[in-house]
Design a protein around this ligand. Sequence first.
Ligand code: G3P
Ligand code: MG
Length: 241
Amino acid sequence: MAEIINFAHRGAAGHCPENTMASFARALELGATGIETDVQMTRDGQLVLIHDESLQRTAGTPEWIKDITLEEAKQCEVGSWFREDYLGESIPTLEELLELVRGTDTIINLELKTGVVLYPGIEQRVIDEVRRFGLAERTIISSFNHYSLVECKKIAPDIRTGILYMEGLYEPWDYAKRIGADALHAYQYALTPELVAAAKEAGVAYHPFTVNDPKVMRALIQAGVAGIITDYPDVLAELLG
Ligand code: G3P
Ligand code: MG
């Protein structure tokens, strides 16, 4: 049986401030074999890793990423909202993450946050960066905006893509094939063992998110998913033995 990928969601977001270098490094220490992160683009076209379009929740300032430069983004502090001892964590660039994982076997799941802000050209920019580090084989690009996934496949047919969705997409493996996607990044309750089996039969992998309950993790492993996205890669690592 192929090894189930243990994707750390936003790094080890259950233990550290999400989408920070501390969170990514901790994920690797805790046994993650994959890292999921969210990619957005600054006003000057630089790729940064942050979940929300606005800086309000994690940096306490109302600006949006699309409106500020990388230099301005780098002055934001995104650690202390989580816990005081993480004061000083900055917003990482995609380059910093790729540098961290370059010497490891880690699978990289880059979620393009093109749902609210479209960030024209982000697909090409992300693919160029992945290629610059020679990490195409280890990268999966996902998005809730499936036009972004189609665009990625046009630019880079060799890079895997994953369809993000929340609810009952009908026979999602057929849809995946139609848009050239390789994996289903489904909300954890949008799948059943029957769906997993049918997708597998069609050659499409399930990587459900964001699974933090060990009981749900166990059921999904049993059902035959190819990977699980979790805030607690340590809990999943223990279950996977
Ligand atoms: O990629 C899985 C998951 O991260 C999707 O939702 O909102 O946590 O980015 P979100
Ligand atoms: Mg995400």
